[in-house]
Write a protein that binds this ligand. Structure first.
Ligand code: ARG
Length: 292
C-alpha cells in the first residue's frame, strides 16, 4: 500500500486502505490583484447590488486568506498593482489567458471593466511574454479553462464565440466551446472547475443540453454539483491537482471531492461574492511552457 504525501511523494505505509484515486498536487504560478479598490459601484451580473455597501477591510482579509493559502501550499503568487477606479480588477482571472510564453489579454464585454486590459497588457509585456489583446469579447480565465491539452471555453454571457476561434489560433490548442444559459453563472469558472487534467466538476443546468452532452462525453468521471453547491459558488474553485480551494458552503460538493481523493479547502469569500466573484475569480493561473 502506498500513500501520497501533500508534496506528492510516495511513502510506504502498512495501513493505507483507501481506494480513492491518488491525487497529486503540482506547484503552480498564479497572478492575483490586491483588493485595494474593491467595491460594488455598478451591476453587471445578478449578484451585484451597488446599493449594499461592501466592507473593504473584510474583503481585504478574505482575499489575503486566499493568497496565503496558495503560498502555504507551495505555489508562487505574483501580484499586479491594482488601479484606482477599477473595483473589479481584484478578479484577476478575467485579465487574460496565459499559456507558456503567450498571454491573450481580455477584451471586456462591459465598458466598466474596459480599462483593466491596459494594466494587464503592460504587466505581461514587462515580463517579456508575447502579448496580444483579444479582438472579440474575451474575459480571460473567467471563460477559458485549461484541461489537459484542451481549452474549455465558455460563451453565452461574456466571451464571444468568435473569440474561441481566435484563442484556438493564438495558442494552437483545441478549443471546446461550452454555452452558458443561466445569468447567475455568467462565466465558465462559476459553473465548472478543472480539478486535474482529466477531471472536472460542474453544474449541468448552467449549460445548454448540447454542451451538457459534450461534457458527459469528454469527462465521464466528472463530479456533478447540485444547485445548492453552485449557488454557494462552490464551482469557483482553484485546484492544484490535489487541494481544491473553494468558497465555503458547498457541502455536498466538498464531500464528493473528498470521496474522489481531493482535499477541499473552504474559504470564506462572502464580501467578494457581493460582486459575483469567488476564489477562482481572484486567481489567474500562469500556465507553464509544458502546458501545466
Ligand atoms: N463583478 C465581476 C464581473 O461581473 C466579477 C467577475 C468574476 N470573475 C470570474 N472569473 N468569474 O465581471
Amino acid at each position: 500500500m502506498e500513500t501520497i504525501s501533500e508534496a506528492g511523494t510516495s511513502t510506504a505505509t502498512a495501513e493505507a486502505p483507501y481506494d480513492a484515486a491518488i491525487r497529486r498536487s503540482r506547484t503552480r504560478r498564479y497572478l492575483m490583484c490586491p483588493p485595494t479598490h474593491f467595491d460594488v459601484t455598478y451591476s453587471i451580473n445578478p449578484w451585484m447590488n451597488p446599493h449594499t455597501p461592501t466592507a473593504q477591510p473584510l474583503a481585504a482579509a478574505q482575499w489575503q486568506a486566499v493568497h496565503d493559502q496558495l503560498v502555504e501550499l507551495g505555489h508562487t503568487v505574483d501580484l499586479i498593482p491594482p488601479v484606482p477606479g477599477l473595483p473589479d480588477m481584484v478578479f484577476a482571472a478575467n485579465g487574460a489567458t496565459v499559456w507558456g510564453d503567450r498571454a491573450l489579454v481580455a477584451r471586456f464585454r462591459h465598458a466598466e471593466r474596459d480599462a483593466e486590459s491596459a494594466a494587464y497588457l503592460d504587466w505581461f509585456r514587462s515580463r517579456g511574454l508575447k502579448v496580444e489583446q483579444a479582438e472579440s469579447a474575451n474575459e480571460g480565465e473567467g471563460d477559458y479553462l485549461s484541461a489537459g491539452s484542451w481549452l474549455l471555453a465558455g460563451n453565452g454571457f461574456r466571451t464571444d464565440r468568435r473569440a474561441h476561434v481566435e484563442s484556438e489560433q493564438y495558442f494552437g490548442r483545441p478549443v471546446i466551446g461550452l454555452t452558458l444559459v443561466d445569468a447567475r453563472y455568467y462565466h465558465l469558472d462559476t459553473a465548472l472547475a478543472v480539478l486535474d487534467e482529466q477531471t472536472v466538476m460542474y453544474y449541468p443546468d448552467a449549460f445548454t443540453p448540447g454542451s451538457q452532452a459534450i461534457l458527459r462525453e469528454l469527462f465521464p468521471t466528472a463530479i456533478i454539483a447540485t444547485a445548492e453547491d453552485a449557488g454557494a459558488f462552490g464551482l469557483n474553485a482553484v485546484s492544484d491537482g490535489r487541494h481544491v480551494l473553494m468558497p465555503t458552503g458547498a457541502t455536498q460538493l466538498e464531500a464528493k471531492l473528498r470521496d474522489a481523493g481531493f482535499e477541499p479547502i473552504g474559504l470564506d469569500v462572502s464580501e467578494l461574492l457581493r460582486a459575483g466573484g469567488g476564489v477562482k475569480c481572484c486567481v489567474l493561473e500562469l500556465h507553464g511552457p509544458a502546458g501545466g
